[in-house]
Design a protein around this ligand. Structure first.
Ligand SMILES: [Zn+2]
Ligand SMILES: [Zn+2]
Length: 139
């Protein structure tokens, strides 16, 4: 999201959709899909250029317990103060927003808090069926 600072009188609301693949956010277990939606309010407050934005993303992730794919929508608040004197005529927020998403993304994703995961012995998804392993080999 590029903002022409010169053209802002005191504040402006800007919205933008960025295709997720353009930002290369994917990791081994998390894939971003669709658009990243940025809804921002940018304000000049004395020496500062203040950005308040809400970032919405959709992603597919692999549950780290049962390996099932889960779709999630996430919202992040992005708040930054920039020093107007240090900015040129234009500011590009993409890299800062991208960082914010990556910093906040959990390393482990669960399809639900109560996910029972997979049986270590037979690989059955314990959310969907019960296996007999525990009964057969008590350890
Ligand atoms: Zn799970
Ligand atoms: Zn089992």
């Amino acid at each position: 999201m590029k903002i022409a600072i010169d053209e802002i009188a005191d504040k402006v609301r800007l919205q933008e959709d960025v295709p997720a693949e353009a930002w290369n956010l994917d990791s081994e277990y998390v894939f971003f899909v669709g658009n990243i939606h940025i809804d921002s309010l940018c304000e000049k407050i004395s020496e500062n250029f203040v950005v308040n934005a809400e970032i919405s993303v959709s992603c597919k992730a692999i549950c780290s317990r049962c390996l099932r794919e889960v779709e999630q929508k996430k919202h992040y608040d992005f708040r930054r103060n920039y020093n107007l004197a240090e900015l040129g005529k234009e500011i590009d927020l993409d890299e800062d927003i991208r960082e914010e998403i990556l910093l906040n993304f959990p390393l482990k994703v669960l399809c639900s808090e109560n996910c029972k995961g997979l049986c270590k012995d037979c690989g059955v998804n314990l959310n969907e069926e019960q296996c007999l392993c525990k009964k057969h080999n008590k350890r």
